[in-house]
Design a protein around this ligand. Structure first.
Ligand SMILES: [Cu+2]
Length: 143
């Protein structure tokens, strides 16, 4: 019951604030957008315990897969609308509130918390670096 309440709180925070990062007394969330075929931003530095959320903005299914097997999102579906808007070019700073800005369709998300400091590379297992060398990202987790 208590755990369910926390999950609901997280969902509300996620839906209403989105942005980057969202701080509450309970959790911190950082968002990385996925486009065809790059992550935006490509790198992030966060504090230990931060939840990383990948949002697929389509139009293709992608994954956020740890290079070292720490996590694997599995296939993250594109927006049901097929993806919308013109994606920003690679390297564009993330918008302050991707959920509210309405520029790009929001597809399926995947989240994982990173609690151990280190450098975590990730890629899309459906479009691997061997054929998409710029479709990679890095998360640096600090104390
Ligand atoms: Cu992909």
């Amino acid at each position: 019951m208590r755990r369910q309440g926390f999950a609901v709180l997280c969902a509300v925070v996620l839906a209403s604030c989105g942005g980057d990062p969202v701080a509450t007394s309970q959790m911190q969330i950082t968002t990385i957008d996925i486009f065809d075929f790059y992550y935006s931003p490509t790198s992030r530095t966060v504090r230990a315990g931060t939840t990383i959320e990948w949002v697929n903005r389509g139009p293709s299914a992608h994954t956020a897969t740890s290079d070292d097997g720490v996590w694997d999102s599995g296939s993250i579906a594109p927006p049901s609308s097929g993806g919308g808007g013109t994606p920003p070019p690679p390297g564009t700073p993330p918008p302050p509130n991707p959920y509210a800005r309405g520029l790009y369709a929001v597809g399926t998300t995947f989240s994982t918390a990173l609690n151990t400091p280190g450098v975590y590379g990730f890629h899309c297992s459906l479009h691997p670096p061997a054929t998409n060398p710029s479709f990679v990202g890095t998360i640096t987790v600090t104390e």
